[in-house]
Design a protein around this ligand. Structure first.
Ligand SMILES: NC(=O)c1ccc[n+]([C@@H]2O[C@H](COP(=O)([O-])OP(=O)(O)OC[C@H]3O[C@@H](n4cnc5c(N)ncnc54)[C@H](O)[C@@H]3O)[C@@H](O)[C@H]2O)c1
Length: 432
């Protein structure tokens, strides 16, 4: 098949590369000329493990190309995926659909022959029909069907998630579109990946329901962690104790500084807005959003308390990105926690294995070249993101580098007993 992928960000680039690996001929389009130039020159504009190899192999095989010209990519395509950003609209938290609608206008102008136009971006219920109306309004003669195909990949393990997803969800109304989407995902059909065909509205809602549910799980265990801290309980044991119940499941029960990233914060907010407008408010998700917002500040205060006040202190911070194995800083807890500490008089020295470039757009801190460089002479260390390289620190070296052996670990990557033995004052989340 010939596929046009509109938007070559975290989702578009991974999806485009993997679909070309499935054997399709894919053109990834982006209006960001610098991004396209980087890709054409063999570079990768984001950090995603393994992506460079897949892009290089398929580009070399001639199945994967990059373009700034949307019309050129859409002309003659069997399927056009819209994978542009849908950030929170400033002010009201609604999903900003301006990029999606602008792409729809451009696609309409270029359609020729039968095409399936697919929304892969996360979009509120009803958006697929709005995109269809835009295209029909502009091109009454166009032969196309709409499909909704939300993406569930996780940054950091995006390739695996795309190649071996738990499920693929496709919303469409016609047999022809269904057949085309089956063809797009043919290798996954052969693998017996569950592929769920639904209405477009249902498909759009599945994506928000999934993210809101996962955000709720995280927020729930965070509140259990707060209770543990009051009573001397251990939230990891609570998580294990409930997670072994198959109805609950073990995943997404790690207490920490609150969820962040490019999806959960904006998607929970957008769901709240849509639901309110529909007259079917989601009070649970509203509470999740509020609790998670409060949590980031609460974690900043937790750090402040652990340091006995931070005025005039130097704090070494390990990890800035919202999670490990990505350079994505969107809505990372660090963006709330570090400015709070700076406001309170702390000097921040930070090290993140991949995040400096993105972080520097938002955080004015002293970026250090490595872990021990960040620790050197600091009054204590805070672990904000659980990168693997922070999981096996040389405690003797850490102690020697720090002025005082204080560690605040917001990801619970060490055991309190181990840290006590090593002579640290150790503060973690929801554990005695
Ligand atoms: N990042 C994730 O982990 C993830 C996971 C699942 C779903 N999603 C959803 O996928 C969508 C894309 O997310 P992302 O993280 O890849 O965003 P992103 O910001 O990394 O990428 C979007 C890209 O689209 C480009 N773009 C915007 N308008 C365009 C146009 N008219 N023509 C061509 N290119 C255009 C931008 O320049 C940008 O490069 C969002 O709706 C998001 O919610 C993201």
């Amino acid at each position: 098949m010939r596929i046009a992928m509109i938007g070559t960000g975290y989702v578009g680039l991974v999806s485009g590369a993997c679909l070309s690996e499935f054997g399709h001929e894919v053109i990834c389009v982006d209006k960001d000329a610098a991004k396209v130039a980087t890709l054409r020159a063999g570079g990768i504009p984001i950090f995603e493990p393994g992506l460079d190899d897949v892009v290089a192999a398929n580009a070399k095989a001639g199945r994967l190309t990059f373009d700034t010209d949307l019309a050129r990519a859409v002309r003659g395509a069997d399927a056009v995926f819209i994978a542009v950003g849908t950030p929170s609209r400033r002010g009201d938290g609604h999903a900003d659909l301006s990029y999606v609608f602008a792409a729809a206008e451009e696609i309409a102008a270029a359609l020729d022959g039968y095409t399936v136009v697919v929304t892969k971006s996360t979009v509120p219920v009803g958006t697929s029909r709005k995109v269809e109306a835009i295209i029909r309004g502009k091109r009454a003669d166009a032969q196309f069907d709409m499909a909704s195909n939300p993406e569930f990949l996780r940054e950091g393990s995006a390739l695996e998630d795309f190649r071996r997803p738990d499920r693929v969800v496709v919303g469409c109304d016609t047999d022809r579109a269904r057949e085309a989407m089956r063809e797009v995902y043919r290798p996954l059909f052969l693998n017996e990946t569950p592929i769920l065909f639904t209405s477009r509205e249902t498909s759009e809602l599945i994506k928000y329901a999934a993210n809101a549910f996962l955000a709720t799980k995280i927020t729930f265990i965070n509140e259990m962690a707060d209770i543990c801290e009051k009573v001397g309980g251990d939230v990891q044991d609570v998580a294990r104790g409930i997670g072994l119940d198959g109805r609950i499941g073990k995943k997404f029960l790690h207490a920490g500084p609150g969820y962040g990233g490019s999806c959960f914060p904006k998607d929970t907010l957008a769901l709240v807005q849509t639901a309110q407008e529909l007259g079917a408010p989601t009070r649970i998700v509203e509470a999740v959003v509020a609790v998670n917002d409060d949590r980031k500040l609460a974690m900043a205060r937790k750090i402040e308390a652990a340091f006995g006040g931070v005025k005039g202190k130097t704090i070494a911070v390990l990890g800035l990105t919202f999670k490990p194995n990505t350079d994505d800083m969107r809505d990372a807890p660090s963006l709330v926690i570090l400015p709070y500490l700076q406001q309170a008089g702390a000097t921040i020295r930070a090290f993140d294995p991949e995040g400096h470039k993105e972080a520097a757009k938002h955080l004015q801190v002293d970026y250090r070249a490595g872990v021990y460089d960040a620790l050197d002479g600091a009054d204590g260390v805070v672990i904000l993101t659980e990168w693997n390289e922070f999981r096996a620190l040389d405690f003797a070296r850490v102690k020697a580098a720090l002025k005082t052996p204080l560690m605040v670990d917001l990801r619970n990557i060490y055991r309190p007993s181990q840290m006590a033995e090593a002579g640290f004052k150790y503060v973690s989340v929801g554990r005695p």
